[in-house]
Design a protein around this ligand. Structure first.
Ligand SMILES: *Cc1c(COP(=O)(O)O)cnc(C)c1O
Length: 349
C-alpha cells in the first residue's frame, strides 16, 4: 500500500470534505457585486453575529481582508502600529504602504508575542507636521501559533482606545486562539472567539486555514466601517460574482470545524512530544496547531537533508533551521506517528 502524503507545510492545504463539497454544490447563488448572493449574505450575517459585530464582508483572501481593514481605518499619510512578525506587516507585500500610502510602524514582540505597553506608548507620534499620524493598532492572534494572553489583549486594546487609536485584529487563526483559550478557561470556543473579537473595532478571520474551507476570509466591523471596506475590496479587485459556492463552504466550516481544532492542537502536542529529546532539536511546546522546531549545533547544517529525507517518506514541512509543522483537518494520528518516526530515523534517535 502506498502511504498518502502527510502534508504538514500549512493548514491551508486541506481538501474540502465530501460534506462540504455537497453543501457547495447545492448552495443558492447570485451576483454578489449586486448584493444578490444569498449564501454570501448569510455567511456575512452569521460571522458578524457570531463575533458580535454589525456587519461583515466576505473577501477572497486574508491579505485582502487586512488591506481593506488598514485602508478602512487609515488615510494616506497615516500609520499603523504592528508587530515585526505580523502577517500584515511582513508577509503581505507591503500592501498598505504600496496601495494605500499608509506607513507601518513595526514594534518588537516580547517572547510571548505581546508588545510592552511602554513600546506602544512610545511609538504613538505627537500631532506634529514631522510625523505620520498614528491611527491604528493591529494585533494578531494566534501569532505564530501563540495564543496572546487575554488580559494583555484587553490591556493593549484598552490602552489604544484611550489614545484614540482604532484596533484591528488579524484573526486568521482566531478560532484556534479561541479553542486554546477555552481549554484554559473551561468556556466554549465560540464565546471565547467573541470575547477576543469584542476588544477590537475590526476583525479578520480566515476560513481557508484550520477551518478547512478552500478559499475566503471575512472582515467584521461596524456598518460604516464595512461600507468603506467594501469600496476598497472593489478597488482591489475582490468583488466576486457567484461567490456563494465559496461562502457556503465557509459557513459549513463555522458549523462543523471549530470545536475539532482541539484535535489539531492535541496532534501538534503529540508531535512535539515525539520529537523532544532528539539531540540538536529544540522543540517549542505548541499552544495551538503550529509546531516550531529549531535545529542547533551539528544538526543545523543538516536541515535541508532532513527535509529531503522527510519528503522521501511522504512527510512535508517548511522552514530552514527553524522548521514548521502545521496540523490540520487532513492530518491524523497515524500521520503524526509517521512524521515522528521519520525524524527519529534521520537522527538515529
Ligand atoms: C494566512 C494569513 C493571512 C493571509 O491569508 P491569505 O488568505 O493567505 O492571504 C493573514 N494573516 C495571518 C496571520 C495568516 O496566517
Amino acid at each position: 500500500m502506498i502511504n498518502k502524503t502527510v502534508d504538514l507545510r500549512s493548514d491551508t492545504v486541506t481538501q474540502p470534505t465530501s460534506a462540504m463539497r455537497a453543501v457547495m454544490a447545492a448552495a443558492p447563488v447570485g451576483d454578489d457585486v449586486f448584493g444578490d448572493d444569498p449564501s454570501v449574505n448569510a455567511l456575512q450575517e452569521k460571522i458578524a453575529a457570531m463575533l458580535g459585530f454589525e456587519a461583515a464582508l466576505f473577501v477572497p483572501t486574508g491579505t485582502q481582508s487586512n488591506l481593506c481593514a488598514i485602508l478602512g481605518h487609515c488615510q494616506r499619510g497615516d500609520e499603523y502600529l504592528v508587530g515585526q512578525q505580523a502577517h500584515c506587516y511582513r508577509w503581505e507585500g507591503g500592501g498598505a504602504a504600496v496601495l494605500g500610502s499608509v506607513q507601518p510602524q513595526p514594534l518588537n514582540h516580547q517572547t510571548d508575542g505581546t508588545f510592552a505597553l511602554a513600546d506602544i506608548e512610545a511609538a504613538i507620534k505627537p500631532d506634529d507636521a514631522h510625523f505620520a499620524r498614528t491611527r491604528l493598532l493591529a494585533l494578531e492572534n494566534t501569532l505564530g501559533g501563540k495564543l496572546l494572553p487575554f488580559e494583555y489583549v484587553q490591556q493593549a486594546t484598552g490602552f489604544a482606545k484611550d489614545k484614540g487609536l482604532g484596533r484591528h485584529l488579524d484573526g486568521a487563526r482566531l478560532f484556534n486562539a479561541a479553542v486554546a483559550q477555552a481549554a484554559q478557561t473551561g468556556g466554549n470556543a465560540q464565546a471565547e472567539a467573541r470575547r477576543i473579537a469584542q476588544c477590537f473595532d475590526s476583525v479578520s478571520v480566515c476560513f481557508s486555514k484550520g477551518l478547512g474551507a478552500p478559499i475566503g476570509s471575512a472582515l467584521c466591523g461596524s456598518r460604516d466601517f464595512i461600507a468603506r471596506a467594501h469600496r476598497i475590496r472593489k478597488m482591489a479587485g475582490g468583488g466576486m460574482r457567484q461567490a456563494g459556492i465559496l461562502a457556503a463552504a465557509a459557513s459549513h466550516a463555522l458549523d462543523h470545524h471549530i470545536e475539532r481544532l482541539a484535535q489539531d492542537h492535541a496532534l501538534a502536542r503529540r508531535l512535539a512530544g515525539g520529537l523532544a529529546g532528539i539531540a540538536g532539536l529544540q522543540v517549542e511546546v505548541p499552544q495551538t496547531n503550529l509546531l516550531f522546531v529549531d535545529l542547533n549545533g551539528d544538526a543545523k547544517p543538516r536541515s535541508s537533508a532532513l527535509l529531503a529525507h522527510l519528503q522521501q517518506r511522504g512527510i512535508m514541512a517548511t522552514g530552514l533551521y527553524r522548521l514548521r509543522f502545521a496540523t490540520h483537518l487532513d492530518v491524523d494520528e497515524a500521520g503524526v506517528e509517521r512524521a515522528i518516526a521519520a525524524v527519529r530515523e534521520f537522527f538515529h534517535a
